[in-house]
Design a protein around this ligand. Structure first.
Ligand code: ARG
Length: 403
């Protein structure tokens, strides 16, 4: 077994990482530094400190990463309108490189020779953490307890906890909880009954959105301001990135916006079913597309849409810090130079619909498109030649086919 002097653990204070902490101390007999990130998961973080202290941890780091998360990770992704497999808003995927970045930073600061995480051996998150660490500091070892120990199921995990007097949390109904990953961007719920895609998800799975059927009968109208592709205000009030997303999460949650029941293809090879709640970013996606619709050039917009699935897949697969993701990001960011203005949306029973948009940099020309008489020089005869030439090969092709 590799010798390890000091290791930094990404520690939530929950059951899995508490067990990992114990296991690291027993298995490697090394010093463990814990790192707990506040990503807006909406949980008290002080209990993590108390638990780490009780386990004999000397160096405990609790860091508020909410602004960095939204500004440097969520917003760049929003500029691309990124969606994995057409639907998943990447709420867990985008948080991993940020956590890895700080794990690496702390490891360097305290002179640790390894980092570790609580992701299981079957999911995407292990890949994301480890690829990010590889890209940021190739000299660091990565320990993945879930792939090393002989605990193979949740049942065995609970037995280990009992044996070592680690408290086991239960949900409000006294049952073992779902596997949940939450942050400012989303809540993702997997496992238990959801593992059968034929089963309808029970209502108590949802944590931050109401059922659209129970949402208010009166629609709510909001305006989001954009500057160079990033949202900067809600209803005229300027906000920091994290404050803005928090505000939209509240609005979206009340109106039942951003629920998704999805079967997706994991990078590692299997299909999995999850329930996602992403209220704020669902509103932002509609709004961002709204402001782009009047400010982006036709071909620039289409090029962006072509590379989007590739870009989203890179994030999903854990290649945030890879050169090709950075190259695509440069292209996306450049496209946003004139993506500024205001978008008004109606929030109503699960939907966020754009109802108007304005921009000082708009390319939209009412004069050009109007059905009425227009002052702009547009010769209708040009359209005749345009169609004739585009139709040339089609007439040729159809004649050959004998139609
Ligand atoms: N399937 C999602 C992804 O790969 C979420 C994974 C974490 N969620 C969880 N409930 N454990 O991005």
């Amino acid at each position: 077994m590799t010798k390890i002097e000091k290791i930094v653990l990404s520690y939530s204070g929950g059951l899995d990482t508490s067990i990992i902490l114990k296991w690291l101390q027993e298995t490697y007999g090394c010093e463990v530094v814990t790192f707990t990130a506040d990503l807006g998961q909406g949980e008290e973080l002080e209990p993590a400190r108390t638990k780490a202290e009780m386990s004999g941890v000397k160096d405990i780091r609790i860091v508020d990463l909410r602004e960095e998360f939204v500004r440097d990770f969520v917003f760049p992704m929003l500029r691309a309108n990124a969606l994995y497999e057409g639907q998943y808003l990447l709420g867990s995927s985008i948080a991993r490189p940020l956590i890895a970045k700080h794990l690496v930073g702390i490891a360097r600061e305290v002179g640790a020779d390894a980092v570790t995480h609580g992701a299981t051996g079957k999911g995407n998150d292990q890949v994301r953490f480890e690829l990010a660490v590889n890209a940021l500091d190739p000299s660091l070892k990565v320990i993945a307890p879930w792939r090393q120990w002989n605990i193979r199921s949740r049942m065995q995990l609970l037995e280990y906890a009992e044996k070592h007097h680690i408290p086991v949390p239960s949900d409000k109904r006294g049952e073992a909880p779902f596997s949940i990953d939450a942050n400012l961007l989303h809540t993702s719920t997997e496992g238990k009954i959801l593992e059968n895609p034929a089963e309808v998800a029970p209502d108590h799975v949802y944590q931050r959105t109401v059922d659209p059927l129970d949402a208010p009968d009166t629609p709510e109208i909001i305006t989001i301001g954009f500057e160079r592709g990033d949202p900067v205000s809600v209803n005229g009030k300027a906000m920091t990135p994290a404050a803005l997303l928090t505000e939209l999460n509240g609005l979206g949650g009340r109106h039942g916006i951003g629920r998704l029941d999805l079967v997706e293809n994991r990078f590692i090879g299997m299909k999995s079913r999850g329930i996602y709640e992403t209220p704020g970013r669902t509103i932002l996606l509609a709004a961002h597309r709204g402001i782009e619709s009047i400010t982006l050039d036709h071909a620039a917009a289409h090029l962006k849409d072509e590379i989007m699935p590739r870009y989203a897949e890179l994030i999903y697969n854990g290649f945030w810090f890879a050169p090709e993701r950075e190259m695509l990001q440069a292209l996306i960011d450049q496209s946003q130079a004139f993506v500024s203005g205001d978008v008004t949306l109606r929030l109503y029973k699960g939907s966020a619909s754009v109802i108007s948009r304005t921009s000082p940099c708009s390319l939209y020309s009412a004069d050009l498109v109007t059905f009425e008489e227009s002052a702009i020089a547009y010769d209708h005869h040009d359209a005749e030649g345009f169609i004739r030439l585009n139709g040339l090969r089609l007439r040729n092709w159809a004649a050959r086919n004998g139609r």
